[in-house]
Design a protein around this ligand. Structure first.
Ligand code: ATP
Ligand code: MG
Length: 362
């Protein structure tokens, strides 16, 4: 029996907002633990109930064992806390404590690490790399941040790397590195520009800005090394994407775009999970002739016809999507549970529905 988990060491659950990424990441974690793996689920921004179900603390981002019971593997879970991961990243990247402290104290840095778009994606990948490098797990499952456009996950971290690496930082850096007439002139120009800016915006802001870029320039080398490592991990054979989507045209369309981006970027797509699918009912053929003539039965049948038409639209979208995906990529349907997925029991129940599909692969 082949499990998806035997083929990969990293699974990234991505998809548009609210489709069930966090829930299904946890379910995949449960299944991996059932398959005997030491698995870590890294979850971002989980609903309170889900965090409670996994026993994770939303403030503290340490890895905690999840008390599953009766499984041969071990499930651990941890929250991704962008601010503290970013801080640890700076502490590691800076060669001197003084430099790290200077960056960490900087108000622009504080802003960047918490509110700048892309910081959640950047820190998720940073956390993923740390977990993989620790060697403690057979498998790491990464839940991805809520985003309107799922493809942002692939590009958002670049914005942060660019901020660290972009030549614009050189604008603000003064000192021994300046070489050549052009650069000298350029830096004098920068100084003049800064002096003018100081008058308009206040000396404090400019000092913070200049200080930030000066600090960041010193860790550029470390940052680019890390960005290469992340890219290598994401595009390497040990990593695969599981895309989570919904059963409607807009969500399937967004997933199609995402898949096209994955193919273009050389990433591995493992499977697509269509979450919260509705069951398909068929009329009972054994209904006797008397009942067929019954007026209420006819009304019910008309209602059923409408429901069928509603489903049919979705089914034809699904078929088109299936054709686009091709026969080699598993397309999994997970039912919409009547009750919301609460507690570890709820997650286990949903995992049961998923289990047949992640088994027997290849
Ligand atoms: N198959 C299902 N049946 C019933 N409820 C479900 C199912 N899958 C997910 N849910 C519920 O849908 C809601 C959204 O799920 P979840 O938080 O996992 O989505 P998400 O994609 O992580 O959202 P976000 O983009 O905000 O991070 C939750 O309340 C969850 O319990
Ligand atoms: Mg989520």
């Amino acid at each position: 029996m082949t499990w998806v988990f035997d083929q990969h060491k990293v699974i990234i659950c991505a998809g548009t907002g609210g489709v069930g990424k966090t829930t299904l990441s946890a379910c995949l974690g449960i299944l991996a633990a059932r398959a005997g793996k030491r698995v870590l689920v890294l979850t971002i921004d989980p609903a309170r109930r889900l965090a409670d179900a996994l026993g994770i603390d939303t403030v503290n981002d340490e890895e905690v064992p999840v008390a599953l019971g009766g499984v041969s593997g071990q499930l651990s879970a941890a929250m991704i806390n962008p601010a503290s991961i970013f801080d640890r990243f700076i502490q590691r990247a800076a060669s001197r404590k003084e430099l790290a402290d200077r960056i960490l104290k900087n108000s622009l840095y504080r802003q960047m690490s918490t509110t700048l778009s892309g910081s959640q994606e950047f820190t998720s990948l940073e956390r993923l790399l740390t977990a993989v490098d620790s060697g403690q797990f057979d498998l790491v499952i990464l839940d991805t941040p809520p985003a309107q456009h799922a493809v942002d996950f692939l590009y958002a971290p670049q914005k942060i790397y660019a901020l660290f690496q972009n030549a614009i930082t050189q604008w603000f850096v003064q000192g021994p590195r300046s070489k050549g007439l052009l650069q000298g002139l350029f830096q004098r120009g920068t100084k003049t520009a800064l002096a003018a800016l100081e008058k308009v915006t206040g000396a404090h802001f400019i000092r913070e800005l200049s200080d930030f870029f000066e600090g960041v320039a010193e860790i550029q080398g470390e940052v680019s090394g890390r960005s290469i490592a992340v890219h290598r991990l994401l595009t390497g054979p040990q990593t695969a994407f599981v895309l989570i989507t919904g059963f409607d045209r807009a969500k399937l369309g967004a997933t199609r775009d995402f898949i096209a981006e994955l193919r273009r970027g050389g990433y591995t797509l493992d499977s697509v999970i269509v979450n919260r699918c509705l069951p398909q009912w068929t009329p009972n053929p054994a209904v006797n002739a008397d009942l067929r003539a019954d007026e209420d039965y006819q009304k019910l049948l008309a209602f059923y016809g409408q429901l069928q038409a509603y489903n049919q639209d979705r089914e034809s979208e699904f078929k088109l999507f299936q054709e686009f995906l091709g026969p080699l990529t598993p397309l999994v349907r997970v039912p919409d549970l009547v009750s919301d997925v609460t507690g570890l029991q709820g997650l286990q129940k949903l995992a049961d529905k998923l289990e047949p599909y992640v088994k027997e692969r290849g």
